[in-house]
Design a protein around this ligand. Structure first.
Ligand code: PEP
Ligand code: MG
Length: 594
């Protein structure tokens, strides 16, 4: 009998970190491998003309693609993001890149890919020698351009975010914040990446855009060529490449069940976040982009607990000025009224991407010149934002939230600047809320430990567990090698939270959590027991947390917390809480015991 030569690819299961829930099944679009391969190849003199032509065609094609993307971005009204494309188009014209590559093809008789790589290396070296940080950063632009030309040279399946047309699952080594923002414009149904962690900004944005995503898969770009079927389970952190028919069926069923639960949960959106014994907890939304406001409303948030304003500074040639800040915040407040908006001042640095603001290279950026430290040094940038917020405060309820406060002296400095800005605005005839609430993020251990001192000076606290965990447990929040140590229920974190809540209540100010922990319904009863006043999370998480609250009592939370405070390890606490929640809410938490 003739042997069946059809090779059926076996399904491959990869386990990563599920960062945005949901199940999708779709075709893979490979965006970038970790390192583009530039292989050297000798050519003969007769091939030179054809090789040069191939290079010029690749440049032309790259230009056309960029022009098209630019057009699309402009049509969608995202003109502030088109600046980066202009820079890339200019680089395409760069004589050094173009002429040197062609000279090398001609003189050294090598293939275009190799000549392009050697030319880029030379340019890179020249850039490395430059002191100016801004110019140094332009090296990245040249790299992106070279990669694009290279992709067009090899004509493979590698694609760019802006080139995607049909519904696809994006497979990438990593996604830059700029890439992720563009996903907004595309029909991307899922995201999988080699690197990244639960609180990296790409994870945060994919959650906001409600695109199921799994990161930290290590080898997904090496396992995919483009065009394969992929299953993503963003809740469990599982990715299956080339799934068998039975696997697809099983996941379709799981997807239906998930969608059913989502629909059921949506019913909670319009209900109050109140326990059975009448205790109300304010559930608010974290947002990065103003476009997210419709989901804030759809999922029933009582305002915005954290607006990460870093995105206002991304992908643009100039800094936002006072007027732009004012217009954006006013619009946000109008759309969210009658609920309040909490605007966090610029939290640049660390894992937060840099825009064109020049941050000097730092050995340890997470602990370097960033966030409030940067704003206190670059006061003009800070004041423009404060003026914008203050002016907006005349039109509704707005609060100012300061990131990365490490002690009361920084707070005093901010208060002095705020007073100065108020006086200045008054003199210019602007109206604003003179008693605009001022709060601090508690995300550095020194702030948690001195919460009693800080509490006397502010109107509210917001606990940033993403960073509080990072700094308390000394683990880089975006480093996958230590992600196993990222334990939200470590006794140190629970104690920090308890101390902070008690200090806040001692002087009658509100305290909330705006880190990713707030979104996990597994922890809701612990927060209830701790006595938190507010929880702020990505909007989609709100109905699930609300359900737990509505089916519990404050006493339930206090009882659980009592036990939690007695455990000596995160593992014991985690096991205890999973078991408890699975018993109380089998439909929602039974998978936690698997
Ligand atoms: C945090 O650190 O918990 C937080 C909410 O801020 P970000 O994730 O933006 O650092
Ligand atoms: Mg933080």
């Amino acid at each position: 009998m003739k042997k069946n030569t059809l090779s059926i690819r076996e399904e491959k299961i990869l386990k990563g970190i599920g960062v945005s829930p949901g199940i999708v099944i779709g075709k893979a679009a490979l965006l970038e491998r970790q390192h583009p391969t530039f292989v050297p190849r000798r050519i003969v003199a007769a091939q030179v003309a054809a090789e040069v032509k191939r290079f010029e065609k690749a440049i032309e094609k790259s230009k056309e693609q960029l022009e098209e993307v630019k057009q699309r971005i402009l049509e969608k009204g995202f003109s502030q993001h088109s600046y980066i494309l202009d820079v890339h188009l200019k680089v395409m014209e760069d004589r050094m890149l173009r002429d040197e590559t062609i000279t090398m093809i001609k003189e050294q008789l090598v293939n275009t890919e190799w000549a392009l790589k050697v030319t880029f290396d030379k340019i890179s070296e020249a850039f490395d020698a430059i002191e100016d940080e801004y110019l140094k950063e332009r090296k990245e632009d040249i790299k992106h351009v070279v990669e694009r030309i290279h992709r067009n040279l090899i004509g493979g399946d590698l694609r760019k975010v802006e080139d995607l047309e049909e519904n696809v699952i994006v497979v990438a080594h990593d996604l830059s914040p700029a890439d992720t923002i563009q996903l907004n414009l595309q029909r991307v149904i899922g995201i999988v990446t080699d690197i990244g962690g639960k609180t990296s900004h790409t994870a945060i944005v994919s959650r906001s855009l409600e695109i199921p995503a799994v990161v930290g898969l290590e080898e997904v770009t090496a396992s995919v060529a483009g065009g394969e079927t992929i299953v993503i389970d963003g809740t469990e952190g599982v990715v299956i490449i080339d799934p068998s028919q039975s696997t697809i069926k099983a996941y379709q069923l799981k997807q239906q069940h998930y969608r059913y639960l989502e629909r059921e949960l949506l019913k909670y959106s319009t209900l109050s976040a109140e326990t059975q014994d009448g205790h109300h907890l304010t559930l608010q939304a974290n947002i990065e982009l103003i476009e997210e406001v419709p989901s804030v409303i759809q999922y029933g948030a009582e305002g915005i607990g954290l607006y990460r304003t870093e995105y206002l500074y991304l992908n643009r040639k100039t800094l936002p000025d006072e007027e732009e800040h004012f217009q954006v915040y006013k619009k946000l407040m109008e759309e969210t009224a009658p609920y309040p908006v909490t605007i966090r001042t610029l939290d640049l640095g660390g894992d937060k991407f840099s825009s064109h603001i020049e941050l000097a290279e730092q050995v340890n950026p997470a602990m370097g010149l960033r966030a409030i430290r940067f704003c206190l040094m670059e006061q003009d940038i800070f004041k423009a934002q404060l003026r914008g917020i203050l002016r907006a405060s005349h039109y509704g309820k707005v609060k100012i939230l300061l990131p990365m406060i490490s002690g009361v002296e920084e707070l005093w400095e901010v208060k002095a600047i705020l007073d100065e800005v108020k006086e200045e605005l008054g003199a210019r005839g602007f109206e604003f809320d003179p008693a605009i609430p001022l709060g601090v993020m508690i995300e550095i251990p020194s702030a948690a430990i001195t919460a009693d001192i800080l509490a006397r000076e502010v109107d509210f606290f917001s606990i940033g567990t993403n960073d509080l965990i990072q700094y308390s447990l000394a683990i880089d929040r975006v480093n996958k090698y230590v992600s196993y140590l990222y334990e939200p229920l470590h006794p140190a974190i629970v104690r920090h939270m308890k101390g902070v809540v008690d200090c806040a209540h001692e002087v009658d100010i509100d305290v909330g959590i705006c880190g990713e922990m707030a979104a996990d319904p597994l922890y809701t009863l612990i927060f209830l027991g701790l006595g938190l006043d507010e929880l702020s999370m990505h909007p989609i998480a709100i109905p699930r947390v609300k359900k737990v609250l509505r089916l519990s009592t404050r006493t339930d939370g206090e009882g659980l917390l009592k036990k939690v405070l007695q455990f000596s390890t995160a593992k014991e606490t985690e096991y205890f809480i999973r078991k408890e929640m699975a018993e109380r809410f089998p439909e929602d938490f039974i998978h936690c015991m698997e």
